[in-house]
Design a protein around this ligand. Sequence first.
Ligand code: HEM
Length: 140
Amino acid sequence: MTEASSSSNSIQNEKSIQPEGTYSLEQLKEHNTRESLWMLLHDKVYDITAFMDEHPGGDEVLIEEAGRDATEAFEDVGHSDEARDMLPKMLLGEFYGEKKTKSKKSISSTGGTTSSSGFPIWVVPVALIAAFLAWRVFLA
Ligand code: HEM
C-alpha cells in the first residue's frame, strides 16, 4: 500500500528560468580576475582570459573592466573593425537579466500636493465647498 503524497505542491521558484547559454550579472561578476576574465559588451558575455596578453591596449585596462559591462570603455577607445572581428572567438553567450537597476520614476502623492492630473490636490474640496455655498446662497 503506497500512501499517496497529498502534498504534491512543489514550491514554485519565483525567479524565471535562465535560458541555457546565457549569463547573469552574478555569473559575470565571478569572473573578474586574471585567471578568468569575462566582460559584457553590447549585451553579450565574452571570455577574454586568453586574449589578455595579446591586447594591444594592455591587460590593465581589461582587468579594470573585468566582470562588468565594458561597452562604454570599449566604445570610448574607438576600437577598429579588426578589434571587433576578434570578438566572436571569445563569445560565451548572451547576457541574461538587467545590467542596472532601473530607476523608475513613480509619481507619488506623498511629499507633493499635486495630483496626477496636474492641479493641486486642495482644489477639489475647495471647489466642492464653493459649489455648496453658491447653491445655498442662490436657493436661500
Ligand atoms: C574583448 C574586447 C577587446 C578587444 C578584442 C580589443 C582589441 C583591441 C585591439 C585589436 C586594439 C588595437 C587597436 C584597434 O585595432 O582598435 C586595441 C586597442 C586598445 N584597447 Fe582594446 N580590446 C578589447 C577591449 C578593451 C577594453 C574593455 C578596453 C578598456 C578601456 C580597451 C582599451 C584599449 C586601448 C586603450 C587601446 C589602445 C592601445 C593603443 O593604441 O596604444 N580594449 N584593443
